[in-house]
Design a protein around this ligand. Structure first.
Ligand SMILES: NC(=O)c1ccc[n+]([C@@H]2O[C@H](COP(=O)([O-])OP(=O)(O)OC[C@H]3O[C@@H](n4cnc5c(N)ncnc54)[C@H](O)[C@@H]3O)[C@@H](O)[C@H]2O)c1
Length: 466
């Protein structure tokens, strides 16, 4: 393959070196020899917003697919440095050619770059909405991490932005791209375990007694723009636990375990059962066992009621979350999904699935009501990234489209809302409002106040209509 830059690469490199953003934040230049691995996707450029654990994991698969890295953005200089080194190492290992990228603390500078085709948004959850909306407005396609939003109103604005500006947006629920998840969903749909009236999802671990501990407040590290890290979240003193990775256990930035993990699990239940909209949600639990400074529950039991669109019958979904006891006699592994049908049970996790038949007596014989099936796991993340990139080219709808992922995220937020108000709530998914009654006559003002939150100035959530 020729090493000569084409017109687009040439212009891109020119902009990279000369752009104002580059002048402000510096340009990394990497020069390596050897041929570039040919790929239909290699003309695409990506900017990474959020260079933490998942941002780097995403970027690796974008690079593996042949995409060029145009820019890295993070308010933590050390995270940018680490990611820049990884990009360089990745290219060297594959003997890949010249690549230049700019670095930024502020994602708005990255979005100003005309030559960036798509962005990865891998920031903490409180920072998903604005980069995604602004990226859509700047004409970029978006791979945004799950759960899509910090709250329900934010999520709706993100959906509207993707639709209004006609962008391709994939959400990072990579289970949807796993072949064994797709097969399990099909089996449930075609009745392999009979009629399903109950499903379960769970996240279990044992962090007793100290969990993430109780570090004191301190000054933020000098290499971090902490005000930018906080963004629209309330101003608080810096605390190590409220920062990288462990932010997910604080409501200022995230939705706790139900938003962090159940979003993946509950999503598969929605797909297999053909509905994304609970009619009611009742959660109980709390911070019962751990002696750390998180403010999200360490124990949560959520009961959802749904109506199956196929036959109008009700089914119940139960989410169980504990951080003080795995119960190794019953639950393995620490996460999973279960479909309970009249002819059998389908147990599913990232490592595979199994159908365990129910039995009935026929005279003296015991007969299995369905066929036992076992399957191993499948690759999920790389096919998910490739699905996004193919949609960027074809302008198709990716597997984890933002609208359906908004609905799965809503179901997770509703669990926290029910837990906060301490009672069952009824959800009107068409108006996106909570009610006190199943007929949706009495609005639930206490619950509805958790649908959105005020942004810390100067940040504002744009109101986007479709
Ligand atoms: N798909 C999955 O399986 C999966 C797994 C883990 C995490 N995630 C999701 O990925 C996201 C990131 O999680 P993580 O574990 O990598 O967290 P992390 O704390 O390791 O990384 C987040 C990064 O975003 C940066 N950041 C904060 N504000 C920013 C801003 N305004 N602009 C740019 N960068 C900013 C932080 O400094 C940090 O480097 C979360 O939404 C999380 O739910 C998804």
């Amino acid at each position: 393959m020729s090493q000569r830059p084409n017109r687009r690469q040439f212009m891109r490199d020119g902009i990279t070196v000369l752009g104002a953003a580059a002048a402000l934040h510096g340009v990394h230049t990497m020069v390596h020899g050897g041929p570039r691995v040919p790929s239909a996707l290699e003309e695409l450029t990506v900017g990474l917003i959020g260079c933490g654990g998942m941002g780097r994991a995403n970027l690796r698969d974008f690079m593996r697919a042949g995409v060029r890295v145009a820019a890295l953005c993070d308010p933590d200089k050390r995270h940018i440095e680490r990611t820049a080194n990884e990009v360089e190492k990745f290219r060297k290992q594959r003997n890949q050619p010249v690549e230049k990228f700019t670095t930024h603390a502020d994602f708005r500078e990255l979005l100003d770059r005309k030559d960036v085709d798509c962005v990865i948004v891998a920031t903490p959850d409180h920072w998903h909405a604005l980069p995604t909306i602004y990226a859509c407005q700047a004409g970029k396609d978006v791979y945004c991490e799950k759960p899509i939003s910090h709250n329900i109103v934010e999520g709706r604005m993100m959906v509207n932005a993707v639709k209004r500006y006609k962008r391709v947006c994939q959400i990072g629920t990579q289970q949807r791209s796993g072949a064994h998840f797709q097969r399990a969903i099909e089996l449930v749909k075609k009745g392999a375990i009979g009629e399903v009236y109950m499903t379960r999802t769970w996240n279990l671990s044992n962090e007793h007694p100290d969990g993430i501990g109780n570090p004191p407040d301190s000054d933020p590290p000098p290499y971090v723009d902490y005000d930018l890290w906080l963004g629209p979240a309330p101003k608080r003193p810096f605390n190590k636990n409220r920062f990288h990775y462990t932010w997910r256990w604080f409501f200022d930035y995230a939705a706790g375990m139900v938003g962090d993990w159940n979003v993946h699990l509950q999503d598969i239940i929605h797909l297999a059962m053909g509905t994304f909209h609970p009619i009611s949600v009742h959660a109980s639990g709390g911070k019962l066992a751990l002696r750390d400074n998180r403010d999200t529950p360490d124990t949560l039991e959520v009961t959802y009621e749904f109506i199956r669109p196929s036959d109008g019958k009700k089914f119940v979904q139960v989410y169980t979350m504990r951080k003080f006891c795995v119960d190794r006699s019953q639950w393995s592994p620490g996460h999973g999904m279960q479909f309970l049908g009249t002819d059998g049970v389908l147990n599913l996790n990232r490592g595979g699935f199994e159908i365990i038949p129910e039995v009935r007596r026929e005279g003296k014989k015991t007969v299995e009501r369905t066929e036992p099936i076992k399957s191993g796991g499948s690759d999920q993340h790389y096919p998910h990234v490739v699905n996004f990139l193919e949609c960027v080219r074809s302008r198709g709808t990716p597997r984890s489209d933002i609208e359906s992922m908004h609905y799965t995220t809503v179901a997770c937020h509703l669990a926290n809302i029910s837990w906060r108000v301490g009672r069952k709530i009824y959800w009107d998914h068409k108006r996106e409002l909570c009610f006190k009654d199943p007929e949706h006559k009495i609005p639930d003002a206490d619950a509805n106040r958790w649908l959105a939150r005020e942004y810390r100035k100067p940040w504002e959530l744009p109101k986007i209509e479709v």
